[in-house]
Ligand binder design. Structure first.
Ligand code: SF4
Ligand code: MSK
Length: 639
């Protein structure tokens, strides 16, 4: 297993865990082998009590479930359920943020303020809310209520959908996949998959697209925009990533999960002199707040808080023996943390009312007590410091410098300068053949693949072919650990054309854009490229693509779907669990391109995935009649 680790810190602490008999995700993955073939192919159904049913992939035994559902129905229905679950997660995240904005406007929160007045007013105007001569709280209240009404609405459309190019909106309208209300699409998707409801592959996939659009152009975009309003618009910021950001002589406090509502306040409280003094009294030199997963990305891009690890490293962070407290909220949190933490002095505390764990203390977070809760947790971490067994502390030395926090708005300034904010230089670079195209490398890390290594291999291969890469989530953290989020990476890994652009603008060749919900920023960046002109009229015209080679979560399926439904080519590493239905596979990987302009490919080898993407970008360049690429791809060591 170790031979697959590209990250030395991971390898080291995994080895230590084995010596100490602490089970981690990699061993549990091994113990699950061989994984259920029916599940992998999408051919099992548990949707009613006539079953569970399984379809024989070789067609020798059962070809139908007890009710008569065939492989196409079962695999498409399973896919829709997963897409709905992923969308529900993002949409609910957006709702949490909206309720927090509402609570703020009603003076029911602690420690929050409007950090981006400009963003509040901009978004309010989009929702047709008057902003002149009104207090920020009044505007915030109206905006929160308007957004909440889009959650409950039954007909009409979503405001953010209007950000998409006209041609795309028309395609959605024609296909009947414009989301009507955010909650409605999730509920309807689940209802369709009930025994005896929707059995038609195309109809089920249409529902996949519509529910995913309620996420990408609904819940996720809402989460991003309100996070910017309440916690500030990210700016390019220097920081560090990997287990080496934990400190031997400090109180180490880890925030993990997805929602920035508590973690942002925790990061603020950690700077208060009162707590620093208390930490010193307990023998620590300071308080070190670090992050894991997407909560990490949220506080990284706004506050420069270092990142201790991505999804697969969450147990390893605790196995360093150096963590006093890990605060978790929702999504991607392994229930195994209770067991792992029990081997050390480390406390893990769950804080979100929707996420509880056996063996983990729960201290519920409420917006009206945010600062109070953050302080209580801080006390807890400090009190725990003297209980640390110093002889068991093992913090790997690996940590990598990164520059993160590139938003749609930030890229404007970077490209055009403060006084002439524009995407023109980017469009020109694409048109003139300096940049081949733009690719979003996103998603989780997975022991089924290379435990993060696939993101690095794919990104390096794209860079040397002059592809500008934008990243979010755990893929971004993996590439950060691998040294790709430094401006210098342009000189080490990028092709000559991309290198020239990076040199001229000061941008790194890989732009860290934020957390999983911030994939919505990538959609908006594509809108800006189109608005700037010269590269077509719709997303499907652009030389762009998305990749989530190590996807794990249902949320990644929802993201993949809203990107495909927006007319963009998406490559997943391990296939979606649909290969038991040849019709569905053909539909997703071939026929969809004609219908929606985007579609799927599955390729587990990162270098082959890069080739698929490059061919796709070149096809789009040819269709736009762009100039040939100026330079041949460069050779880089260790591709
Ligand atoms: Fe079996 Fe049909 Fe029930 Fe699914 S819905 S469990 S295929 S009988
Ligand atoms: S945290 S969804 S493992 S990217 Fe957003 Fe990482 Fe995937 Fe969770």
């Amino acid at each position: 297993m170790e031979k697959f680790f590209v990250d030395e810190a991971t390898k080291e602490i995994f080895g230590q865990a084995k010596e100490e008999n602490i089970q981690t995700v990699w061993e549990r993955y091994q113990l699950q082998q061989p994984q259920c073939g029916f599940g992998l192919l999408g051919l099992c159904c548990t949707n009613c009590n006539l079953g569970p049913c399984r379809i024989d992939p070789f067609g020798e035994r059962a070809e139908f479930g007890v009710c008569g559902a065939d492989r196409d129905t079962i695999s498409a229905r399973n896919l829709l359920r997963r897409t709905a679950a992923g969308s529900a997660c993002h949409n609910d995240h957006g709702r949490d943020l909206t309720l927090a904005l509402l609570a703020f406007s009603e003076e029911k929160t602690q420690g929050y303020q409007i950090k981006s007045e400009e963003k509040l007013k901009k978004v309010a105007r989009e929702f047709l809310i008057p902003v002149d001569n009104r207090s920020l709280k009044e505007i915030a209240r109206d905006l929160a209520l308007k957004i909440l009404s889009e959650y409950g609405q039954q007909e009409g459309g979503l405001t953010f959908v209007k950000r998409a190019p006209q041609r795309r909106q028309e395609i959605w309208r024609k296909l009947g996949i414009l989301p009507r209300g955010i909650d409605r699409e999730v509920v309807e998707a689940i209802a369709r998959t009930n025994m005896g409801v929707d059995h038609d592959l195309r109809s089920l996939i249409t529902a996949c697209m519509r529910v995913s659009l309620s996420d990408g152009w609904g819940g996720s975009m809402i989460a991003t925009e309100i996070s910017d309003i309440l916690f500030g618009l990210p700016q390019p910021v220097r920081s560090q990533m990997n287990l080496g950001v934990l400190k031997e002589n400090a109180v180490n406090l880890v925030v993990h999960g997805h929602v920035p509502l508590l973690s942002d306040v925790v990061a603020e409280v950690a700077m208060e002199e009162e707590f620093l003094a208390k930490a010193r009294e307990k023998g620590a030199e300071g308080i070190n707040v670090v992050g894991v997963c997407c909560t990490a990305n949220e506080v990284l891009v706004r506050k420069g808080i270092p990142v201790a690890g991505n999804f697969l490293q969450q147990e390893l962070v605790l196995i360093t023996g150096a963590v006093e407290l890990m605060i978790v909220d929702i999504q991607c949190i392994m229930p195994s943390l209770a067991k792992v933490s029990s081997c050390f002095h480390t406390k893990v505390v769950s804080t979100h009312e929707k996420a509880r764990f056996y063996g983990i203390e729960h201290i519920e977070f409420k917006e009206e007590e945010a600062t109070q809760t953050a302080r209580r947790l801080m006390e807890m971490a400090i009190e725990n410091f003297p209980k640390r067994d110093k002889s068991r502390v093992n913090i790997p030395k690996e940590k990598m410098d990164v520059v993160c926090g590139f938003t749609t708005e930030g890229i404007f300034h970077h490209l055009g300068g403060k006084y002439r904010s524009t995407y023109r230089p980017l469009n020109n670079a694409i048109i003139e053949g300096r940049i081949r195209g733009v690719v979003g490398v996103v998603g989780c890390d997975n022991p089924k693949n290379l435990s993060g290594g696939a993101h690095i291999a794919l990104t390096k291969e794209l860079l040397r072919h002059d592809v500008l890469v934008v990243e979010t989530g755990c893929a971004a953290i993996e590439c950060g650990k691998g040294g790709l989020l430094r401006p210098e990476a342009a000189f080490e890994f990028a092709g000559l054309g991309l290198r020239e652009v990076c040199e001229a603008t000061g941008l790194p060749p890989v732009l860290h854009t934020g957390a999983c919900v911030d994939n919505s920023r990538i959609l908006i960046e594509c809108c800006e490229i189109l608005k700037e002109g010269g590269l077509g009229e719709d997303f499907s015209d652009l030389p762009v693509a998305g990749a989530a080679l190590e996807w794990m979560s249902e949320k990644a399926i929802a993201i993949g779907w809203y990107v495909v439904s927006s007319g963009i080519f998406v490559v997943f590493g391990s296939p979606l669990p649909i290969l038991g239905s040849k019709n569905l596979e053909k539909f997703l990987t071939q026929e969809l391109f004609e219908i929606i302009g985007g579609g799927w490919a599955f390729e587990i080898d990162p270098l082959k995935a890069a080739q698929l993407i490059i061919r796709h970008l070149d096809k789009k360049r040819d269709a736009l009649k762009l100039k040939p690429m100026l330079y041949e791809p460069v050779l880089i060591p260790n591709p």
